[in-house]
Design a protein around this ligand. Structure first.
Ligand SMILES: [Fe+2]
Length: 291
């Protein structure tokens, strides 16, 4: 049998590649091993023309690890089919909050390993999703900043990020929120510099959910984190993917941050997100016990 090599076209950034001529539903073990290596190497893989069902997407994602959750719609289309665009809508608030750069599930006890997202309904603008390379961002810091942040940690919370942006959802009868991520446990404490468990390279672990660096006053902590986020998410460390219906992407959430990008919300948009669970031995928050 002829050994297959992946058709990888690197993006014009410090990370990422487009993978063509591959059906992610039908990967033999050898091709999967190559794909896994490419995922670790490039951190973002884009697969045009897949048109995955939610089940197929979940099955593909499961090859990279257990799932934190199966395919969930990230959309401004409500259950009744209505397109939400008013700022009072919880769907809109969630999408708008996601416009801040972040790693997924840093606010949970275990940070996510990665995600598969596919595009079903996309407006003409492409309603892009941005990605940012936190390995390259760490390496780009000056030595003084590197030594200043070494040993620092920050709390991560969805209450903080959505509250600061003004996008907390509508409270339920008990005053809480029924959406994913608003848990009652202590906010997760994570180091600002995190060693990637596979590459062994240091990454910034920052983003919109991070706040409250222990040992700093809240204003100084916020200023430092804002400055790190601003410096980190700059070319050549960022790439915005303009979606085409049928695209699927896979990213490494331990290395990359991402952001939603504003689009005309009078237009329907639905992408599907399957979240791959982090390994608790490396992704568990410092102040949480493994269950
Ligand atoms: Fe996200």
């Amino acid at each position: 049998m002829v050994k297959r090599t992946l058709d990888l076209q690197p993006l014009d950034a410090t990370f990422g590649a487009v993978v063509r001529d591959l059906d992610v539903r039908a990967l033999d073990d050898e091709t999967f091993d190559q794909l896994h290596a490419a995922w670790i190497d490039h951190a973002l893989l884009i697969f045009p023309g897949q048109h995955l069902s939610q089940l197929e997407q979940d099955e593909f994602a499961r090859r990279f690890g257990d799932l934190e959750f199966t395919a969930a719609a990230i959309s401004n289309i409500g259950k009744s089919g209505r397109v939400h665009h008013d700022q009072a809508s919880d769907l809109v608030k969630s999408l708008r909050g996601n416009e801040g750069w972040h790693h997924d599930s840093t606010y949970m006890p275990v940070q996510a390993k990665g995600a598969v997202v596919s595009a079903e309904i996309i407006p003409a603008s492409g309603a892009p999703t941005g990605f940012a390379d936190m390995t390259a961002a760490y390496e780009a810091l000056d030595e003084d900043t590197k030594s200043m942040i070494q040993g620092l940690s920050a709390y991560h919370s969805l209450y903080y990020s959505q509250g600061r942006a003004g996008y907390l959802p509508t409270a339920n009868a008990d005053g809480g929120y029924d959406m994913y991520g608003y848990h009652d446990e202590e906010p997760s404490l994570r180091p600002l510099v995190k060693i990637h468990p596979v590459t062994g390279r240091p990454n910034l672990c920052i983003g919109r959910h991070a706040y409250g660096i222990p040992g700093m006053d809240p204003e100084a902590s916020e200023a430092l984190l804002d400055s790190l986020n601003e410096q980190a998410c700059q070319p050549p460390r960022i790439y915005h993917h303009h979606w085409v219906e049928g695209d699927a992407v896979l990213w490494d959430n331990r290395r990359l941050m991402h952001q939603g990008y504003p689009f005309d919300m009078t237009q329907p948009r639905r992408i599907w997100h399957t979240r791959i669970a982090g390994d608790p031995t490396t992704e568990l928050a410092a102040n949480h016990a493994s269950s």
